[in-house]
Structure formats: structure tokens, C-alpha cells
Design a protein around this ligand. Structure first.
Ligand code: 3MF
Ligand code: MG
Length: 343
């Protein structure tokens, strides 16, 4: 049994389309996915606004809430919670140049409309967390936007969200690049600074995705540790990444087991989950998988996470202390490697 509760987004199981080729599997209906997620041991579902309310632009504000209530009934049926709602601000024609930081006022207004609707949907789904993955808030052409103005626009947008709902919490899912070249809010350090500059820092925190940290050439465990020191790690998207390339969203731990171990160990040591936080996965199934085996990457990630939890439970803190006293870090390093290799 794990001490943690786990969450997953419906986009983790998909039809395999990528930038270079079309879908290779059928789309699995939403209800079928969440039923399977429950069977696999997940406790909560992560949502985009339009995962909950597809074709969101076609509905009135009241209708959007009604549609979301139907999804809440579905969650209740399978005894699942909603972890968060994230406005999908990178898909719509209104957000080609970004949402909150777009150069065009009508786009910025549209982005706020989606942010407010995401809050309404979160409320209807019974959750109080909004995630902002700021996909297009940055530049493709450096000179097209001022980083000063963009940062201020982002803070302003978050302030409006905090005003719209007096108890909602906003978590920024930081990422340095992809699909844009230079992001306004690339790391959890930036996230903490933005949080501090909002009107209610106690309601603005961070979500760390392992692969996103690696894309910024940072260690994901250190990003976790930094945000936890600030009391602001409210979510994680665990996965893995092979070096500095496109965002791979590989199964947790498959590329760098030691880095994965240290993420799990830090979450355990610092009481992640004690305030209701979920261990979230954001992993992409390989394009080569068959439809029937579309969930294997999630099974693998859970299995590896739980195995690393057991390893972390075995971690010998007395031995660590001794190595530190002797200042023999080579010895400590070998101990960690032997622990991971089961020696
Ligand atoms: C992109 C991501 C996103 C976010 C999701 C929820 C599509 O790199 O990680 O997944 O996690 O939008 O915020
Ligand atoms: Mg993510």
C-alpha cells in the first residue's frame, strides 16, 4: 500500500497522433478511461476545461456549469475526485499568440473568459485548484513581446482569477519551452516570484513536472525541494525525459532511476499529500502501443513509483549520517546505487 493518492489526466491515454503523423489508435471514450483509471488504483482525475466540457465555446456560462455537473455525477459513480481544472489555452484560434500575454486585447479577454469558466467548472466538479500550464505565454520571435510587460500581464491575469473566486487556488505548471521558444514562467523559482507578486501569495503555488524541470536543465527533485521549502508544492506531474530534447513524457523512472528515487524520497520526507495533494502522472503512451495496451505506461509508472517508495522506506538514515560525519560521499553514493540495484 502506498501512503500517497494518485491522479491522472484523460490525455495520458490517447490515439498516438504526433507532430509527424496521424492517430494510430481509436480514441477511448471518457467514461471508459476513468473506469479503467479507477480499477488501476487512481483516486482523482486531472481536467482541462474542455476535457470536462468539450466544445466549450458553444455553450453559455450557465450551460457550461450544467455540463460540468454531469461530469461530477460520472466521477461520483466511480468514486473519483477531480484534482484540478486547467484552461486549455493553447488550442483555440483565439490564443495563437498566447492567452494572458497575447499582444491582442480580444485574445487576452478570451483567455480570461476561459480562466473564469475553468473556475466555474472546478467548483462544479468539487475542487478548488486551477492549473496554469502557460503553453504559449512567451515568444517565438523574441522582439514580439516584452518580458517585462508579459510578466506583469500574467500577474494581472492571476489577480483577476483570485478576485473572481475568493478561495480558489492557482498552481502554475512551469515549463521553459515547447511549444514556444522562451517561456514567461520557466521554472518553479519564477513561479514563486510571480506568486509573491500577486495580491494573495497564499493562493498561488506550483506544480512540478519532472520532464519540464529537465528541459530547463534542472534536477526535478531540487525543484520539488525548493517549492516544498516555500510551502508551495501543491501538485506534481511525474514522468521522465532523456536529456534536452522535445518533451517526452516518458513513464516515471525509466530513464533516470536515481533522479526518480530522489523525487519520491523528497515527497516522502516532506509530507507531500498531507494536505490532500495528489501524486499526479503526466505520461504519454508510446505511439507503437496497441489499443488494448494503451494503459501500460500508467501501470509501469505506478509500479515504479511504488517500488521506489519501498526503496526510500529502506533508506538507512543512520548510515547516511555516518557517511556525512566521515565526509565520505563516495561511500554514500555507492550505498544509494546498491540500494537501487537491490544489492
Ligand atoms: C505539457 C503538459 C500539459 C499539462 C496539462 C495540464 C498536456 O507539457 O504537461 O499536458 O500538464 O495541460 O496542465
Ligand atoms: Mg504536465
Amino acid at each position: 500500500m502506498s501512503r500517497f493518492k494518485f491522479s491522472v489526466g484523460p490525455w495520458n491515454v490517447h490515439s498516438g497522433a504526433d507532430t509527424y503523423g496521424p492517430a494510430v489508435r481509436d480514441e477511448i471514450p471518457f467514461e471508459e478511461k476513468i473506469k479503467k483509471f479507477k480499477e488501476m488504483g487512481f483516486d482523482a482525475i486531472q481536467f482541462h476545461d474542455d476535457d470536462a466540457v468539450p466544445n466549450i465555446n458553444d455553450f453559455t456560462e450557465a450551460e457550461i456549469i450544467e455540463e460540468a455537473k454531469k461530469v461530477k455525477a460520472l466521477l461520483d459513480k466511480y468514486d473519483l475526485k477531480a484534482e484540478f481544472v486547467a484552461p486549455r489555452l493553447w488550442f483555440d484560434p483565439h490564443t495563437v499568440d498566447g492567452g494572458f500575454t497575447s499582444n491582442y486585447e480580444e485574445d487576452r479577454e478570451y483567455a480570461m473568459w476561459r480562466a473564469y469558466r475553468s473556475i466555474d467548472i472546478a467548483r462544479a466538479l468539487g475542487c478548488d485548484k486551477i492549473v496554469l500550464w502557460l503553453a504559449r505565454e512567451g515568444t517565438l520571435c523574441y522582439e514580439s513581446k516584452s518580458p517585462v510587460e508579459s510578466t506583469k500581464k500574467l500577474i494581472d491575469a492571476i489577480n483577476k482569477m483570485l478576485d473572481y473566486d475568493k478561495t480558489i487556488k492557482v498552481m502554475i505548471e512551469t515549463k521553459p519551452n515547447e511549444p514556444i521558444d522562451r517561456s514567461v514562467c520557466p521554472t518553479l523559482g519564477h513561479c514563486m516570484a510571480i506568486s509573491a507578486a500577486t495580491k494573495d501569495p497564499s493562493r498561488v503555488g506550483g506544480l512540478l513536472e519532472s520532464a519540464h524541470a529537465m528541459l530547463a536543465a534542472l534536477d526535478p527533485a531540487n525543484e520539488i525541494g525548493f517549492a516544498m521549502a516555500m510551502g508551495k508544492l501543491w501538485g506534481v506531474h511525474l514522468n521522465d525525459q532523456n536529456g534536452l530534447k522535445f518533451d517526452q513524457d516518458k513513464s516515471f523512472g525509466v530513464e533516470n532511476l536515481r533522479a526518480a528515487f530522489n523525487q519520491v524520497k523528497l515527497l516522502m520526507e516532506n509530507g507531500f499529500g498531507e494536505n490532500g495533494e495528489y501524486v499526479g502522472l503526466d505520461v504519454k503512451v508510446m505511439r507503437t502501443q496497441s489499443l488494448e495496451n494503451s494503459y501500460q505506461h500508467l501501470e509501469n509508472s505506478l509500479k515504479i513509483f511504488k517500488a521506489l517508495e519501498k526503496k526510500a522506506e529502506k533508506f538507512d538514515y543512520d548510515y547516511q549520517k555516518k557517511c556525512i560525519e566521515e565526509r565520505d560521499y563516495e561511500k554514500l553514493e555507492l550505498y544509494v546505487m546498491e540500494l537501487l540495484m537491490g544489492m
